[in-house]
Design a protein around this ligand. Sequence first.
Ligand code: DP6
Length: 307
Amino acid sequence: MQSAIKSEWLGETLRVSAPSNIALIKYMGLENAEEKLPANTSLSYTLEHARTLIEVKSACADKVDVPMGSARFLNFVKKLKAELLITESLSITSSNNFPTACGIASSAASFAGLTAALTLWSGKKIEQDMVYFSRLGSGSACRSFYTGFVEWQKYAVKPIALPFNDLRHAVILLDKSPKAISSSTAHKLVATSPLFKARIKNVESRLNELKIAISNKNWQEAGEIIKAEYLEMHALFSSANPSFNYRTSLCVEVERWCCDFVRLHGFGPWVTLDAGPNIHLIFRSNSEKQDFLTEFNNKYGHLEVYQ
Ligand code: DP6
C-alpha cells in the first residue's frame, strides 16, 4: 500500500506534501476529547490532487506561516517537537495547491503534512505511531498518509484494498464563507443529540455494508450507503442542542438534482457533504465526471465547481 506523502530536500530545506481526504463514513463525535479518540471508525478516500506543501528549515526562533489559524498550528508544532525530541528552532511554511475556500478540508492535509515533515526532519521514518499522532492536530489528518481508501479505527489507521481505486473528485461550491460552526465544535455538540447513541451503535455495520458494496463493485448501492451516512450526520447537527445546520435550501435542491441524475441515468457520482454546505462528488471515471458536469452546467451553470 502506498504512502501519500511526498518529500524532498532542497539544500537545507525539507519540502513535504500531503493530500486532503474526503470521508465516506464520517468521523463525527469524540469518545475522549483529550485523547482525540473518535466515537466511531471512519472511512475516507484520499484526494491526491488537493495537497498542502510544508517547508521546514532551521531558524533563530520558531516561526510559522500558514493559511489557517496559526495558533492551532503553532500549538501542534510544540507537541510534535516534544514528541520527536526536536530542540532546535524551525521556520515552517504551509501552503495549499487548492483555494482555502474551495470546500476541501485543508486541516487534514496541513496537519498530515506538518506531522510528516517534522518526523522526517527528526530523522525518523513515517510509521504508524506518527500517523496516529497526527490526529492530535486534526482528527481527519491521520487518514491522509495513505492513498486510496483509508480506515481510522479508534487506535489505528490503515489503508484498505478495495476496487474503484482511481476515483475522480469535484466539489460544488455553494458557500465560500468561513463556517459559523467549525468541525471541532460540531464534534462536541453532536453528543447532545438524542440520535447520537443510536448512530454510534449502527455506524460500524454501515461501514461494513459499504465495504462489502464496494468489494462487490456495486457502485449504486455504495452510493446509497454514502448518502444515508451524510444525511445521518446532518440529522445529528439539526437535532443537537443548540441545533445547527449547514444544508441551505439551495444545497438540498442541488443534492436532490444530483441523486435524481444517478437514478435517471443509472450512473453518476457518489454524493457526500462534510460539516459544510458544499457538495462533494466522487466519480468512477473521468468520462462519467465530464458527462455529469456537462448536464450539471446546463442546469446550474451559474454555480462554481472546483475540480
Ligand atoms: C465532517 O478532522 O476537521 O469532515 O479533529 O476537530 O480537526 P478536528 O476535526 P476534523 O473533522 C472532520 C469532520 C468531517 C468528517 C470526516 O472528515 O470524517
